[in-house]
Design a protein around this ligand. Sequence first.
Ligand SMILES: [Zn+2]
Ligand SMILES: [Zn+2]
Length: 366
Amino acid sequence: MFENTQFMSSARIHNYQEPLAIDNTSKPKVYGEEILVRVGAAGLCHSDLHLINGEWKDVIPLKLPKTPGHEIAGWIEEVGDSVPESAQMKEGDLVAVFGGWGCGICIYCKSGDEQLCNFPRWPGLSDYDGGYSEYIMVPTYRFLIKVDKQLTTNSYNIRPEELAPLTDAGLTPYRAIKKIRHLLGPGKSIAIFGIGGLGSYAIQYAKILGQSSTVIALDRTEEKLQLAEKFGADHVVNVSKLQNIRSEITSKISEGKGTGVDVVIDCVGADATIEDSCKILNKGGSIVVVGLFGSQIKIPLVRAVLQEYQAYGSLWGNYSELREVIELAKTGKINHSIQKFPLNEINEAIQLLKNGKIVGRGVIIP
Ligand SMILES: [Zn+2]
Ligand SMILES: [Zn+2]
C-alpha cells in the first residue's frame, strides 16, 4: 500500500507513431507555488494525434517519454508552501487547468493572452507532462481556475468530465466566435465547419452569442450533424455528397436567392474545408480557422479582394475567456457530448478519434 502513494499510472509516448505505454511513474512532489492535481478527466484532442504521430516534433520538440493530455480538470491533491492564502486553493477543490502556461512577463502574457506567450509551455505539449495520468503537477496556482459548487437549486454542478473539454474544445471556438461576434445579428448567418469536439461547442456559442443569427452546421457524418441539430443548429448540411456547396447553402438559408454566410468557423482547417468555406461566404464575409488539419490557408486573390474577405487564425483562448466559458457552463446552458474511457483503454480511444468515431469529445478518466 505504501508504494501506491509514491507512484502513479501515466500513459506515455515512448516513440512516435506507436501506441502509448501505461507506465508506473513517480508521483511529483510539489514545491513553492506548484499544485498537484488529481486528474478527474482529460480530454482527447486531435492535437494529441498530431503529437503522437510525430508530425510536430520539429516545432514542439519533446523529451521522450512524455505524458500527453492538455485538457484537464480534477481536484487539488497538494498545495505548495508558497501558494498564498489569497488564492483560496485547498485540497479537494475542483479545478480546471488553464493550458496556456505563459511566462507571465512578455507583452502577450501582460496583455492577458498567455496562450500566445513568446516562451510558451503547455501541459503535455512541452517539457511538462500532461493529463493522461492519475496526477499532474501544475507549475503555479495561477494556471488553475477553481470551480465553486453551485449552491442555488436551479444552478448546475459541473462534473470533471464536462469541465476538462471546456479547457480546449470548449474554449477555442469561444474565442473564435468572440472575434467575429460584431458581424453577427438578425438576418446574418454563421456556419460551423466540422462538428467534432470543438464544433459541438461552437454551434452552441453561435446560438448564444450570435444575436439571432442563423446557425448552419457542416460535416460529413450524419451522427455528428444530428448532434449539431440537437445542440441548436438551424440547418445542417452533409458536405460529403454535395455537387455545389454554395447552391446547397443558399437554398437552405435564402430560398435560393444567392445569399451565402457572413462567417465561417472552420474547426477542421483542411485545405478542402477552407476552399469550401470561401465558396459560401457573402461579400465582406469572414473565415476564422481554428482547426489544424491542412498546410496553408489558400484564398483566391481576386475574390478575396473584390469581395473583401477577412481571414483570422485563432489560438486556444486566454484565462479570462476560460473563466467565462466555465461561468456559462455553470448556468447549465451548455450541452456536453462526452464519451468516457478508462486510462488503460486510451489507445482504443485514440483509434476511435482517428477514425472519426467519437461524437463530441472523448475523455480519459484516469
Ligand atoms: Zn487541443
Ligand atoms: Zn509570456
